[in-house]
Design a protein around this ligand. Structure first.
Ligand SMILES: C[S@@+](CC[C@H](N)C(=O)[O-])C[C@H]1O[C@@H](n2cnc3c(N)ncnc32)[C@H](O)[C@@H]1O
Length: 232
């Protein structure tokens, strides 16, 4: 398969056909990390966590630095395979992965302490209602979602990435107004090191307008704002 210049925000194509690009994108270092900030907001220590939308496993492995046990749940076979390969290589016995859907979790009622969705990007946004109901069914403790708040899709290049359906307002409303989640915003800088790396990962995902901007400005970092939503 010849690789296009960009998948123009088609995350479904990214997960299905280019899991290695998602892996390179998610492994590009963030400072400070989402996980160190999350562990300062909510105590993960000793907890058993179901990490929904585990992707290539980055979030599950990062949560396992704090939690006692993490079960990563992922629906896309190509992503799940990468996650499973990674965990086999790392010998991280506290992390396992399962195939499953965020809207029908393959876990019993009250079977874990926390359910997390770390940039679990459900579409259309009404699907978050089912994820929240499932999370509250399965978790003894908190359901935690880390997402991108309104106005921050693509981080500080939000204004450059136009012509994309932006659903973050509705997601925000579902968590805060409909389901009464508490929330806190956190910031993180992602350093890609070179223009070539940012164009081949971030640019590949967020589109040709982003690529043109990155090259013109010689930009190699992205500033992100994340919103941590939680409810016990
Ligand atoms: C942006 S990635 C986040 C991956 C990982 N949590 C991380 O932080 O690197 C979102 C993941 O959610 C998965 N996903 C989307 N909808 C899903 C659903 N209904 N059930 C399970 N996984 C889903 C996608 O396949 C993708 O791997």
């Amino acid at each position: 398969m010849s690789r296009p210049e960009s998948i123009e925000n088609r995350w479904d194509i990214l997960y299905r056909d280019y899991p290695e690009v998602y892996e390179a994108f998610s492994n590009t270092p963030y400072s400070p990390t989402v996980y160190e900030q999350l562990s300062g907001i909510l105590d993960l220590h000793g907890k058993e966590v179901a990490d929904v939308g585990a992707g290539t496993g980055s979030s599950s492995l990062a949560l396992a630095h704090y939690a006692a046990k993490v079960i990563g749940i992922e629906r896309e076979a190509a992503m799940l395979q990468k996650a499973q390969e990674k965990v086999q290589g790392s010998g991280a016995g506290r992390v396992t992965f399962l195939s499953g859907d965020a809207m029908a979790l393959p876990l019993a009622d009250n079977s874990v302490d926390w359910v997390t969705g770390i940039t679990l990007a459900l579409y259309p946004p009404g699907q978050y209602r089912d994820f929240i109901r499932e999370g509250l069914r399965v978790a003894k403790g908190s359901v935690v979602y880390v997402g991108i708040p309104p106005g921050w899709y693509g981080g500080d290049l939000y204004d450059v990435i136009e012509d994309v359906e932006k659903v973050d307002d509705e997601v925000d409303r579902i968590f805060i107004e409909e389901f009464h989640f508490a929330y806190q915003d956190i910031f993180s800088n992602q350093d890609y090191g070179t223009v070539e790396h940012i164009v081949n990962t971030y640019g590949f995902i967020f589109g040709k307008k982003a690529i043109a901007h990155l090259k013109r400005e010689n930009k190699t970092t992205i500033r992100w704002k994340f919103r941590v939503y939680w409810r016990a």
